[in-house]
Design a protein around this ligand. Structure first.
Ligand code: SF4
Length: 284
């Protein structure tokens, strides 16, 4: 069996920078990470072992007990930042600059009188942070959710990890259902997400099956797996080498390997190594 690695995969600069900041914190026990630093189980276990407290993503309305609160790469609303500051918390901010760009784009559109349509996954922490500062908005994840909006100016922005093909389909649906509206589109999908997707598109022409590595609730990893599915290429989404299935792998000669933007290089290498080992064992 041959394993072909995607040209671009794995950790993006936003996650690397967040990890760099966190690795330089001298006293982890004084810090609560406000949500999941990254949607990656391996990293979360390491952070827990280092002594950081972590707020569950579903209970961020509570004020953490520690004096320092760390905002994750997914960002929070200005409202949330003020709430934590008012509670006397010192904030360490690891928000990715490309997430901040979406916040700014959405707020600028609102200020200019546009009704904001955010293309993204409702309930995702990044999306939550963006909409909490908006007054008139909608969140859509598929073209079926698009409506005729009660506004004559529509401003569209995207969650950073939204797939380009979904964005295009939703843009078209918004234009179709709102023929009289002036529509302004700001492409806020981040470059690493686009590069991961494009690299996977190229790889799908060369392989029979795909292994996608990343956290179960990592949006961009799930989108990579979804792209394989849409192209009719069998794929498995694994968090690490233990999730691999030797019997499944043995059915293919050429298998591609890609990984989401919060996957550690070491995890990708472990999966790659385990895939090669499994083939040797199955063939023996
Ligand atoms: S996926 Fe994009 S927006 Fe998210 S942390 Fe990485 S670079 Fe930043």
């Amino acid at each position: 069996m041959k394993v072909v690695r995607a040209e671009v995969m794995g950790m993006c600069f936003g996650v690397r920078d967040a990890l760099k900041i966190i690795n330089n914190i001298p006293d982890p026990r004084s810090v609560t990470i406000h949500g999941q630093l990254v949607h990656n189980e391996t990293v979360l276990v390491q952070l827990d072992a280092s002594g950081f407290a972590m707020t569950d993503e579903t209970s961020r309305q509570e004020v953490p007990e520690t004096p320092v609160v760390l905002i994750t790469a997914h960002g929070v609303s200005d409202r949330e930042r003020s709430r934590l500051a008012d509670a006397g918390k010192r904030i360490v901010d690891t928000t990715c600059p490309l997430v901040t760009r979406v916040h700014q784009a959405a707020l600028n559109l609102q200020k200019q009188g546009y009704f904001v349509v955010l293309i993204g996954r409702r309930g995702h922490v990044e999306v939550q942070g963006i909409i909490e500062d908006l007054e008139r908005f909608d969140v859509v994840s598929t073209e079926d959710e698009v409506k005729r909006y009660p506004a004559d100016r529509l401003g569209i922005v995207c969650q950073t990890t939204a797939p380009a093909r979904t964005v295009e389909r939703i843009r078209e649906a918004i234009a179709r259902d709102n023929p009289d509206a002036e529509i302004r589109f700001v492409d806020t999908v981040c470059l690493p997400t686009k590069e991961h997707q494009r690299s996977l598109e190229r790889l799908l022409d060369q392989v029979e099956a795909m292994v996608v590595v990343g956290g179960r609730n990592s949006n961009n990893t799930r989108e990579l797996a979804k792209l394989c599915q849409e192209r009719g290429i069998p794929s498995i989404h694994v968090q690490g080498p233990n999730d691999l299935d030797p019997e499944w792998l043995s059915r293919f000669e050429n298998i591609g390997l890609t990984a989401g933007t919060s996957t550690l290089d070491s995890t990708i290498d472990e999966v790659h190594h385990a895939m090669l080992q499994m083939t040797v064992n199955v063939e023996a």
